[in-house]
Design a protein around this ligand. Structure first.
Ligand SMILES: C[S@@+](CC[C@H](N)C(=O)[O-])C[C@H]1O[C@@H](n2cnc3c(N)ncnc32)[C@H](O)[C@@H]1O
Length: 235
C-alpha cells in the first residue's frame, strides 16, 4: 500500500468509527464500551475528519465572556460537559480560561482529558442522560458541550441539568450536528425549556463547520434569573 492509499484507509477507518458512534441509542453501557475502545485513537481520528467543533465552541465562550461577564477570563468557572479527551479544554486554555472542570461518561476519555493538565477537576462515569446529582446548582458561569448532543449520545432534555448547574445570568453553549438537531427535535426541547423559564436562546450560528461530512449549529443559551419571567429577559 502506498502512502496515499494508507492515508485514505486511515480516513475511511476514522469515518467508520465516527459513524459507528452514532448508533449507540444513548445507552450508557454501550457508549462507555465504545469510547473505552476509541479513547486512544479518538484525537487522530477526529482530526483526520476535520473536526473543528471544539475551537468554535471555545471561541463562542470567549466572545460571551468578553461581551457579558465582567470578571477576568481566568476566574470564569467553566464546565466542559462530555469533555472527552479534552479537545475543548485545550482550546479554552489557549484563550485564557483557567478554571475549567470536565466530566464524561467514559472513564478512559476522562483520563485523557486529565492528562492534558488544562482542567481543574475531571470526573468520569457521569451520565448526562441522568441527573447530575453530584453537581450543585449554579456552580458555573459558562457550561459548554461539544460533540455530545449528537446522534446516539445525549438526549435534548439533558439541557435542563446543564442549565441547573449554570448560574443565573450565566451561559450554556452547545453544538448540535445538523442531522441530530432535526431527528432529535432539539428545537422543540429548546422551546419547552424557554417556556418554562429555564433557558433563553441568545445566539445561534447556523450551518457552521463541524466535520468534513456535516455541518453543525452552535447554540448560546442564557440562564435567566429565577425571579424574572421569560418575557422580561433580554439576551
Ligand atoms: C464525540 S465525543 C466529544 C468529546 C469532546 N467534547 C470533543 O469535542 O472532542 C462525545 C463524548 O461524549 C461522551 N458521552 C457520550 N454519552 C454521554 C453521556 N450520556 N453522558 C456524558 N458523556 C457522554 C463520550 O464518552 C465522549 O467522550
Amino acid at each position: 500500500m502506498n502512502t496515499v492509499d494508507q492515508q485514505t484507509a486511515l480516513e475511511q477507518a476514522a469515518r467508520k468509527r465516527i459513524k459507528d458512534s452514532h448508533a449507540l441509542d444513548s445507552d450508557a453501557d454501550r457508549l462507555s464500551d465504545f469510547y473505552r475502545g476509541w479513547a486512544s485513537s479518538y484525537d487522530s481520528d477526529v482530526s483526520r475528519d476535520g473536526y473543528c467543533g471544539p475551537m468554535i465552541v471555545a471561541e463562542l465562550a470567549g466572545a460571551v465572556q468578553t461581551a457579558y461577564l465582567s470578571r477576568q477570563r481566568a476566574a470564569i468557572a467553566v464546565l466542559d460537559a462530555g469533555c472527552g479527551t479534552g479537545l475543548v479544554g485545550v482550546e479554552l486554555e489557549r484563550l485564557g480560561f483557567r478554571s475549567i472542570d470536565g466530566f464524561d461518561l467514559s472513564v478512559e476519555m476522562a483520563e485523557r482529558a486529565r492528562q492534558t493538565r488544562v482542567y481543574r477537576n475531571v470526573r468520569g462515569d457521569v451520565d448526562l442522560n441522568g441527573s447530575l446529582s453530584d453537581h450543585s446548582s449554579a456552580s458555573y458561569d459558562i457550561t459548554v458541550s461539544c460533540g455530545v448532543f449528537t446522534l446516539g449520545h445525549v438526549r435534548p432534555d439533558a439541557l435542563r441539568e446543564l442549565a441547573r448547574v449554570t448560574r443565573p445570568n450565566g451561559f450554556v453553549i452547545v453544538s448540535t450536528r445538523k442531522s441530530y438537531a432535526e431527528t432529535a427535535s432539539f428545537e422543540d426541547e429548546v422551546r419547552s425549556l424557554q417556556n418554562a423559564g429555564i433557558l433563553i436562546p441568545a445566539q445561534r450560528l447556523n450551518d457552521g463547520r463541524y466535520v468534513a461530512e456535516e455541518d453543525a449549529h452552535y447554540w448560546v443559551f442564557k440562564v435567566p434569573k429565577k425571579d424574572s419571567s421569560p418575557a422580561d429577559e433580554r439576551p
